[in-house]
Ligand binder design. Sequence first.
Ligand code: FAD
Length: 466
Amino acid sequence: MKPDALDRLRGTLLGEVLGPQDAGYGTARRVYNAMIDKRPAVIAKCLGNADVVRAVRFAREEDLLIAVRGGGHSIAGHGTCDDGIVIDLSLMRGVHVDPVRRTVRVQGGALLGDVDRETQLHGLAIPTGQMSDTGMAGLTLNGGVGMMLHKYGLTCDNLLSADMVTVDGELVTASADSRPELFWALRGGGGNFGVVTSFEFQAHPVGPMMLAGFLAHPVERAGEVLEFLRDFTATSPAHLSADAMFLRAPEADFVPEEYQGMPLVTLLVRYFGPMEEAWQAVQPLRDFGDPLYDSVGPMPLVAVQSMQDGFSPPGNLHYWTSEFVPCIGAEQIAAIAEIGSELPSRISIINVHPFDKAATDVPPDDTAFAHRTDSWLIHVIGQWQDEADSERCRAWVKEAGALLRRFGLGNTYLNTTSEDGETDRVRAFWDERRLARLAKVKAEYDPDNVLRFNHNIPPATNESAS
Ligand SMILES: Cc1cc2nc3c(=O)[nH]c(=O)nc-3n(C[C@H](O)[C@H](O)[C@H](O)COP(=O)(O)OP(=O)(O)OC[C@H]3O[C@@H](n4cnc5c(N)ncnc54)[C@H](O)[C@@H]3O)c2cc1C
């Protein structure tokens, strides 16, 4: 970089520009996963589309690679880089709801909790993920899996349009009518194509109150619990979401003291619909197997959407993998129960989500998100606090992943995958035909692969296109 470069950038942005010598750089360079320790040359905290355009142009003039940060939650650490520029959208968290059209405009740095706060004022919601401090941008661009997927699909299925700054510093809009190929790619192709400064979503009438909670069973009963969950969700309504979660009971208010720290398999239950209907719909789950504790009760949607926040506060060390498994028969259940009983740390988690109904009703070619088959999505979440445990915990995640892969469909959910050394698996998510289509879009919008800190899609070359 030229010696006066940072000052030049400072002079053109409304937001903040931080270099390694600046106070605040140490905090600003940190991302959610403490395993990631990168030192960018510049962090540009943008305040509006014009700032993003200027930061991108600056990066090109200075020949810097660009990492884009929305909420900073990427487990693979894609929201930062060494030596390049981080375009940080954390000052761009605005959310604007149009209650008449039931649409929501969300800036590129907004968190899931920001969206729920605003949409719930109007009794509306967008299907998103399960922890309120995750970024909307990264989550949406690679899919977006949460409690409403059975009814309203993935987050990306509810995207109506996106404003994006290209690597040439041009502001474009992608929607079904404008740049449809880019719009297709943004719904599952990740952060490969440009910096999305805002998203427009379709919202749905949900909340403000819901029925939700945990039903906890001892981990020794994992086999029965998973069998029950499988059979129950085969016919459960789309308004009901039930997942299984292996964890050690947290020290939370809703967990009786005698169970705190105990290895559990819990059913996480959520119903959005009229309350009388809700109690009836969740009753079979509550009746099953005499749970150790049952925290199911009415609560505001915003509380439901943040009820797991305490399980994974920022600053812990993480290594994750995930697998789509077509069915959970006896063999798969035994494997999941085995790994779920051997969590390597007090705060590691396994999630078992049914992936079906609205999420798989979308025709596979409608979006770049590649997986549209009824299946089970299993997240293996290695999480710990002491660096001395890193090798052991990572090894456990890798082993658990390898075991699940024996039953898998060959693809992982990219948003919940650490990725190191797994380039083939990243590519496998998008089958060859889809990858070729994405590579063409990449070649049109980022032919030099300036945006490569993501689940990367190399641009098509003349050779690969022929
Ligand atoms: C605690 C926790 C809970 C989670 N829960 C869920 C869940 O319930 N459901 C689910 O589906 N996923 C979940 N995830 C995974 C999450 O979706 C991904 O980590 C996602 O990348 C987070 O987005 P972010 O904006 O916070 O990430 P960042 O680290 O900011 O960005 C990750 C990558 O996304 C791209 N990106 C981010 N912002 C932009 C932008 N504005 N324009 C272009 N590209 C951009 C870039 O490629 C960037 O490198 C969870 C992750 C964590 C850590």
